[in-house]
Design a protein around this ligand. Structure first.
Ligand SMILES: [Zn+2]
Length: 634
């Protein structure tokens, strides 16, 4: 029976379209899965989408869609990107899949029957955006989310709890016993410190919204849905058939759960505790990577500097992009994307070192030996170089097991350097002049063998490039070649080289149109205001008493808003195209109350109603819960 490997990405939350962070996680996981397949492991690679929760329910409602419609749409975008990127996943799971629901309910039921779940009452400050509860002491200024800065709401509700506190010591013991259970080390230490401060029981159900998995039927409690994190984490076993058809369950435990550092806590504390409660083995490695910036700046939609992975791959080539992502940053640290850095990697590492080497080998073999490549005399003349390279390559593997893909590639590239240098140093053209044909061909074969060995090892990262090289040098890119050339340190059989076009045409200038960082920088400063300036505006909650269209205007409605003054304010608002005046009555809005009165189309307007605008049009800003009229917004 062959060894098994199980590699996962997080399931991506469908509140966002895929960005470079998603691409990075998925490409590392894909490379790892390909690496295990190359080694002959029976490998299962899982990715998918996380689709429940209040945030999705709200995002869907804001777009006038059902939660499922919205989830279908965004999930399809992820799947399409991974398919276009030829990500070699074995299964794309969706948490709205029936088999996942059954798996999650089974997990809840098992934990319940094992005595780890009880019913209680939860009171906490809830951040909708982060789907997380916070305690008083965690909040910023008593009301803002410490993670995203948005306002939280105090929620008190009946909830089922998981006895996380009972697992504190067991978790600490696991961290201590399994050195690389959480990677990298620095992140593991953060997790240990967090757990040592004490774990509180975890609220794992919600009764305040519907868009989630119902509790298992045996409880007869239909008020609650599963907390989105419990729901999501269970995907790693439901995907293997937990609770349904367990035919793939032999892949468990996971070899690697790849996650972004922002969700490490859920994976390295909650998830192993859930698994302990389920009496299931724990994952072998949970590995957290860092974030990406662009030209040294944090990426955000408002700055317009978000890297679209599809665009980069289309413009610069998918394989080049994969190489860049895995070569540029040490695993666990934050990385910076810039077109300049990417172009440098393409021109120097890929063009000069790799592409050029193949060209030289093709050229020389054609000239000296009619493209025939004979490896048998390499050891006679250049055994030392082969031995050096073999030693480097067998050492390189340890880096990929630690996910240090940058070091892994660095080591492989050392072998390409040896190959290039050996041509320069041993001068086959001189040997030809001296009539030493066998020695000249041995130099060509030496560099071809080094290239072949290197290609086998970088094939998980650049599968197509490695395939092209293998075809050109005349060997099969498979587990047999891996065992022969890497494990057994043998050489290629006699082959015939097939010329191929240059792999990495030089890139002379940046190919994507993005705003210049310098200009953006200046603009940013110009737009900054002090807090005082902002607090000069008096913004209050108001309730619309009535609204009526202004006949001669396509844009304007006349709106009467009660903001707790003697009589409602008359405000002219340019929302006619988006709202029917009759439907506005009773709606709460946010009003800038201390604006100078203005005359618009002959009507007085005393204030401004806040709206948000994007390509889909204008929407009113409304408090999440009903607030007293006149409440101050800050
Ligand atoms: Zn938040």
């Amino acid at each position: 029976m062959s060894k098994k490997a199980y590699i996962t990405t997080p399931i991506y939350y469908v509140n966002d379209i895929p960005h470079i962070g998603h691409a990075y996680t998925t490409i590392i996981a894909d490379s790892l899965a390909r690496f295990y397949r190359l080694k002959g492991y029976d490998t299962f690679f899982l990715t998918g989408t996380d689709e429940h929760g209040q945030k999705i329910e709200q995002a869907a409602a804001a777009r006038g869609k059902s939660a499922k419609e919205y989830a279908d749409e965004v999930s399809a975008k992820f799947k399409a990107l991974w398919d276009d990127f030829e990500i070699s996943y074995d299964y794309f799971i969706r948490t709205t899949d029936e088999n996942h629901k059954l798996g999650a309910q089974k997990a809840f039921e098992t934990m319940f029957k094992n005595g780890d779940i009880y019913k209680g009452e939860y009171e906490g400050h809830y951040c909708v955006s982060c789907e997380t509860f916070f305690t008083d002491s965690q909040l910023i200024n008593n009301e803002y989310c410490p993670d995203c800065g948005k306002i939280t709401t105090l929620v008190k509700e009946e909830s089922y709890f998981f006895r996380l506190s009972a697992y504190q010591d067991k978790l600490l013991k696991w961290y201590e016993e399994v050195d690389d259970c959480v990677m990298p080390k620095a992140k593991k230490n953060e997790v240990i410190n967090f757990v040592k401060q004490g774990l509180r029981d975890l609220s794992i159900t919600r009764a305040s919204f519907d868009w989630g998995i119902k509790l298992p039927p045996f409880l007869g409690d239909s008020k609650h849905v599963l907390y989105v994190w419990l729901d999501a984490l269970v995907n790693y076993i439901s995907a293997l058939g937990y609770g349904t058809d367990e035919k793939n369950f032999s892949y468990w435990p996971a070899s690697f759960h790849l996650v972004g550092k922002d969700i490490l806590r859920f994976h390295s504390i909650y998830w192993p505790a859930f698994l302990m409660s389920l009496n299931l083995p724990l994952p072998k490695h949970i590995a957290a990577h860092g974030w990406w910036t662009r030209n040294g700046e944090k990426m955000s939609k408002s700055k317009g500097n978000v890297v679209n992975p599809r665009e980069v791959a289309e413009v610069y080539g998918l394989e080049n992009f994969r190489y860049f992502l895995l070569r540029e940053v040490p695993f666990g640290q934050d990385g910076d994307f810039s077109q300049k850095a990417l172009i440098d990697r393409i021109n120097s590492d890929l063009g000069n070192e790799l592409g050029n080497l193949l060209n030289r080998i093709i050229g020389m073999s054609g000239k000296y030996n009619n493209y025939e490549l004979i490896s048998s005399s390499v050891l006679k003349f250049y055994k030392k170089d082969i031995d050096t390279a073999d030693a480097i390559l067998s050492n390189a593997e340890s880096f990929i097991h630690e996910l240090q893909t940058n070091k892994y590639l660095e080591e492989i590239w050392k072998v390409l350097t040896i190959a290039n240098q050996s041509i320069t140093l041993y001068e086959p053209w001189t040997k030809i002049k001296e009539g030493k044909l066998e020695e000249a061909n041995a130099i060509v074969a030496l560099s071809a063998n080094l290239l072949a060995k290197a290609s086998i090892l970088f094939s998980p990262i650049m599968p197509k490039t490695a395939q092209t090289i293998a075809k050109s040098l005349g060997f099969e890119l498979d587990t047999k070649s891996y065992e022969k050339l890497i494990i057994n340190k043998e050489l290629l059989d006699t082959t015939v080289i097939t010329p191929t076009a240059p792999l990495f045409p030089r890139i002379e200038k940046e190919l994507m149109n993005t705003p210049e960082p310098a200009i953006k920088e200046a603009k940013k400063d110009e737009q900054l205001i002090s807090a005082d300036k902002f607090f000069n505006s008096k913004i209050q909650v108001g309730t619309i008493i009535k609204a009526e269209p202004i006949e001669k205007s396509d844009r304007l409605l006349k709106v009467f808003v009660d903001i707790g003054e003697e009589k409602p304010r008359q405000i002219l608002s340019a929302i006619k195209a988006y709202y029917d005046a009759k439907t506005l009555e009773g709606m709460q809005v946010c009003v800038v109350a201390n604006l100078k009165p203005a005359k618009i189309m002959g009507f007085d307007s005393y204030g401004m109603i806040l709206t948000a605008e994007d390509k889909n049009g204008i929407t009113l800003i409304t408090p999440q819960n009903l607030k007293d009229v006149g409440s101050i917004i800050k």
